[in-house]
Design a protein around this ligand. Structure first.
Ligand SMILES: Nc1ncnc2c1ncn2[C@@H]1O[C@H](COP(=O)(O)OP(=O)(O)OP(=O)(O)O)[C@@H](O)[C@H]1O
Length: 259
């Protein structure tokens, strides 16, 4: 496998080993956002520590995907602030967010039909200005992580199984050399074995220094992977803490873990 410190440190930032685990990479304050006249997020405060996996859980329609879309600039905030890697990014659109180091793996994967796996992966690198050799090296890193993608690289990406499409979508995110990877619904519609493989891959890239925010309906999967969690209810943060604390909280167990 190639050296991921190069992938997760796009602007010459400190390599993984030097990352301070508790320093917030992303800070959100009073975030409000929605679609037209429909407000979805109501004053969300969030801190994502550098080097960790943080999960966001909550019921259907709570606003989890909207929160990720607002962080990656696809939905514009109507109030509040977004600070990423020490810079004020409030109001930035998707290209600026991606350029700053935020990659978004959207719900439903959204791979491009009629395009090969390789070309879908290369699309993730479209904002990069570094050499072809660097991009090829990162492609080999993704192929090392998910060998099935290499074996099928010329195949139309949308003919892959759901789990393989999720690998391709995560790989496309990694191809932008992010500092922060947002993953919306890792496990939705996938077989348990696929979820296990994808979870192992996320843990591995996190161990190499990549900070991850995971939106996940399956709270047990989310708590297995993440060290911290936020619970979102009707567009507001209702609870937050370590996943160990929240997994022991009767409110979380009753509402989200069926216990
Ligand atoms: N593109 C859109 N246009 C208008 N309303 C939207 C749009 N996307 C989401 N919504 C609405 O915003 C609210 C929050 O949706 P969102 O997808 O963020 O929730 P979620 O917590 O991710 O839920 P789910 O797990 O069901 O996707 C819902 O009421 C939803 O109908």
């Amino acid at each position: 496998m190639s050296d991921l410190s190069a992938i997760v440190s796009p602007q010459g930032a400190a390599p993984a080993a030097a990352v301070q685990p508790k320093r917030p990479l992303l800070q959100i304050q009073g975030l409000e956002a929605g679609y037209g006249d429909v407000q979805v997020l109501w004053g969300v405060d969030l801190e994502i520590p550098n080097g960790e996996i943080t999960c966001i859980v909550g019921s259907n329609g709570a606003g989890k995907s909207t929160l990720l879309r607002t962080i990656s600039g696809m939905v514009r905030a109507s109030a509040g602030s977004i600070r990423f890697a020490g810079q004020d990014m409030t109001g930035a659109g998707p290209d600026r967010m991606l350029g700053a180091g935020i990659a978004h793996v959207p719900e439903g994967r959204r791979l491009f039909r009629g395009m090969s796996i390789r070309d879908n992966l290369l699309l993730g690198a479209y904002m990069r200005h570094d050499s072809r050799a660097d991009i090829e090296r990162d492609l080999e890193f993704v192929y090392g992580m998910f060998p099935i993608l290499k074996q099928r690289e010329k195949q139309d990406a949308t003919t892959l199984s759901g789990g393989e499409q999720q690998m391709c979508a995560i790989g496309r995110g990694i191809m932008s050399r992010p500092q922060l990877l947002l993953v919306d619904e890792l496990s939705l519609g996938l077989a348990p074995r696929a979820v296990e493989l994808l979870g192992e891959a996320l843990l591995e890239i996190n161990r190499k220094g990549l900070t991850i925010v995971l939106v996940e309906q399956d709270v047990l999967t989310a708590f297995d992977l993440a060290s911290r969690a936020y619970v979102i209810e009707t567009g507001k943060v209702s609870l937050s803490g370590s996943t160990a604390e929240l997994a022991a909280d009767p409110r979380v167990r009753r509402a989200y873990m069926g216990m």
